[in-house]
Design a protein around this ligand. Structure first.
Ligand SMILES: Cc1cc2nc3c(=O)[nH]c(=O)nc-3n(C[C@H](O)[C@H](O)[C@H](O)COP(=O)(O)O)c2cc1C
Length: 184
């Protein structure tokens, strides 16, 4: 049997990687939209559909989500991984990330925060709850509208067409290859 070795608690987060990474859009009182790269997101409820993103209070987006009570989860693909990294390494407090990353804002249907045209799917959310956990806050949203590019999604994404952005750590990402079906 392989021996179990202890891992420093400061590094144990790495057990949960790679992480499916999304671009969250939000908008403040002044109407200026912003984008934050988030590797910490998850569905939290089937019915009603609810999702969560985990955001540090240090981020500019943290304030915008609280101010507006809404956010959009946009699903990027590996084709725009450079833009994903740019949005995760710069703050909307100082710059317009749509311009800087050359991403295109398009109107959402039910919230003020825009969709990102270059992403393949979008979850429009109304903030329902927030929970402080250590140095990040979990924002839970009710999904009030979902949309996707034609032909990429049925029950899940068609992984022949869609290559997700999976963060490994630092500035490194990976994506999916072939579907693996284990023999039972
Ligand atoms: C791949 C990647 C994933 C990230 N995931 C998160 C996350 O889940 N939560 C978070 O608060 N910050 C995360 N960040 C950091 C923010 O995206 C980053 O601090 C960003 O500059 C904040 O932008 P803002 O100040 O405009 O809100 C991530 C950064 C990268 C590069």
């Amino acid at each position: 049997m392989v021996e179990k070795v202890d891992v420093e608690l400061s590094r144990c987060r790495g057990f949960l990687y790679p992480r499916n990474t999304v671009l969250v859009t939000c908008v403040g009182k002044d109407g200026k939209p912003n984008i934050i790269t988030c590797e910490d997101s998850m569905p939290t409820s089937y019915q009603p559909p609810m999702v969560a993103v985990c955001i540090s209070s240090k981020r500019y987006s943290y304030r915008l989500i609280i101010e507006s009570g809404e956010f959009v989860i946009n699903i990027p693909t590996i084709d725009i991984v450079k833009e994903v990294l740019t949005c995760g390494r710069t703050s909307g407090q100082d710059i317009d990330k749509f311009k800087m990353a050359r991403l295109t804002p398009i109107p959402a249907q039910l919230v003020r925060a825009p969709l990102i045209k270059e992403c393949i799917a979008h979850l429009e959310c109304k903030l329902s709850q927030q929970l402080e956990t250590g140095d990040h806050t979990i924002f839970v949203g009710n999904v009030i509208k979902a949309s996707a590019d034609q032909g990429v999604f049925t029950e899940v994404f068609d992984l022949k067409k869609v290559k997700p952005v999976l963060h490994i750590g630092g500035d490194t990402f990976t994506t999916t290859t072939k579907t693996i079906v284990p023999k039972i």
